[in-house]
Ligand binder design. Structure first.
Ligand SMILES: Cc1cc2nc3c(=O)[nH]c(=O)nc-3n(C[C@H](O)[C@H](O)[C@H](O)COP(=O)(O)O)c2cc1C
Length: 135
């Protein structure tokens, strides 16, 4: 089992309708290949976790990379995992906080995860934010 976490920037502010379209296609495609994950969308930023068999995750990520709706896709973490963090979500969604342009990755991460209320979800992402604050 493998997980990849990346951050990216939307070319334009994503509307609710556009986000809904991304999520429904994602859920259909991911369910078909056993990929699960979470998409945090805030302002023009996306933070997405994808997990599943390595080959399946890589294939999905390669497709996402080519999507013209976002740019600057930067991998924050990738590697083997022993269990899924989002076993029940073919693609879950969390509203992220608004991110001011031009701040560091650590600040972007902190702002994005600020509205996440679920404690275990928060803890999952806070770990990455701290990692990048230290880097
Ligand atoms: C931020 C973002 C996240 C996305 N996440 C996924 C995803 O998890 N799974 C997926 O299949 N497509 C995802 N997409 C959409 C893909 O880039 C692509 O449009 C889609 O997979 C094409 O599917 P189709 O060939 O079935 O239309 C995402 C797009 C964006 C902009």
């Amino acid at each position: 089992m493998y997980r990849l976490l990346y951050i990216s920037t939307a070319r334009q502010i994503i509307t609710t309708t556009q986000l809904g379209a991304i999520l429904s296609v994602s859920r259909r495609n991911n369910a078909a290949v056993g990929v699960t994950g979470l998409l945090v969308a805030g302002g023009k930023r996306f933070l997405q976790a994808l997990e599943g068999e390595e080959e399946a995750v890589r294939t999905v990520v390669e497709r996402i990379r080519l999507d013209p709706r976002h740019i600057g896709i930067a991998t924050l973490a990738s590697g083997p995992i022993t269990e899924r963090a989002f076993p029940n979500w073919s693609m879950g969604h969390q509203a992220g906080g608004d991110v001011l342009p031009g701040t560091s990755i650590a600040n972007v991460l902190a702002a994005l995860i600020a509205p996440i209320e679920d404690p275990s979800l928060r803890a999952y992402f806070t770990g990455f934010a701290e990692l990048h604050a230290a880097a």
